[in-house]
Design a protein around this ligand. Structure first.
Ligand code: HEM
Length: 213
């Protein structure tokens, strides 16, 4: 079975984003080096060479995504999401992780990840940019993992049932509107940067916490 060692984001098809100006373009530009860093430190998809390694990866991702979903659902921010037309449920993916783990006969870890300082609505918007953006690469990573380790459930990576690219499009429209209305763009970028780093600490193989069996 051919091992798909490395896939680089810049080789992949571009995600739709309408006119590329405004806050979405700033986010992309100012977090590009962190994107490359997490790509390198996770080593995906080549770092998954067995079913057991795949289960460990999904358990760590579940710890991260469930922590993010709990934080973004903070009641103080509900009005902010509604005003920007963001439906948080549509952006959540921890359920897909739990389903994949269930099909693999594995436990869903109880301990959520430790997130960086996402303590403002602009910071939360930056955090959502990272988690929703990461689904774009997932559509490449899922098939590559199956090409290496055989038939495994990849509902999470392939965003099963999420009507791609609607969630991404809805988010880039909300980001553009937030920026155009004079929202705190620096705080959005700060939230995105600390979320990339929290992801790396939780998921990238070397420093990620061991998962309880
Ligand atoms: C490890 C392998 C990865 C691959 C192969 C990958 C690949 C991709 C691809 C193909 C895109 C779309 C690029 C475009 O439309 O121009 C993308 C976008 C994105 N990815 Fe990744 N990705 C990976 C990991 C990650 C991780 C771990 C995260 C976050 C934790 C992440 C966050 C993002 C974000 C935020 C975007 C949107 C960038 C934008 O503003 O257009 N990616 N990625």
């Amino acid at each position: 079975m051919a091992a798909a060692e490395t896939i680089r984001a810049e080789d992949a098809p571009r995600a739709p984003r309408g006119d590329a100006g405004g806050l979405p373009a700033r986010l992309r530009h100012e977090t590009a080096s962190l994107h490359a860093q997490v790509e390198a430190s996770t080593g995906l998809p080549g770092s998954v060479r067995s079913r057991a390694e795949y289960v460990t990866l999904l358990q760590r991702l579940h710890g991260f995504h469930s922590a993010v979903e709990a934080r973004l659902a903070h009641p103080d921010w509900a009005e902010g999401w509604a005003r920007l037309g963001i439906d948080l449920v549509g952006h959540g993916r921890s359920t897909l992780l739990a389903q994949d783990l269930g099909q693999l006969g594995s436990a869903v870890p109880a301990r959520p990840a430790v997130l960086g300082d996402i303590d403002s609505f602009p910071g939360a918007l930056g955090c959502l940019y990272v988690t929703e953006g990461s689904s774009l690469g997932g559509r490449i990573i899922g098939p590559a993992i199956r090409a290496t380790i055989g038939e495994v459930p990849t509902g999470f990576f392939e965003s099963a049932g999420r009507q791609h690219p609607s969630p991404w499009r809805a988010l880039t429209q909300a980001l553009r509107r937030f920026g155009d209305e004079g929202g705190d763009a620096d705080a959005v970028i700060g939230g995105a940067r600390s979320t990339f780093l929290a992801f790396e600490a939780q998921v990238a193989s070397t420093q990620a916490p061991a998962v309880a069996r």
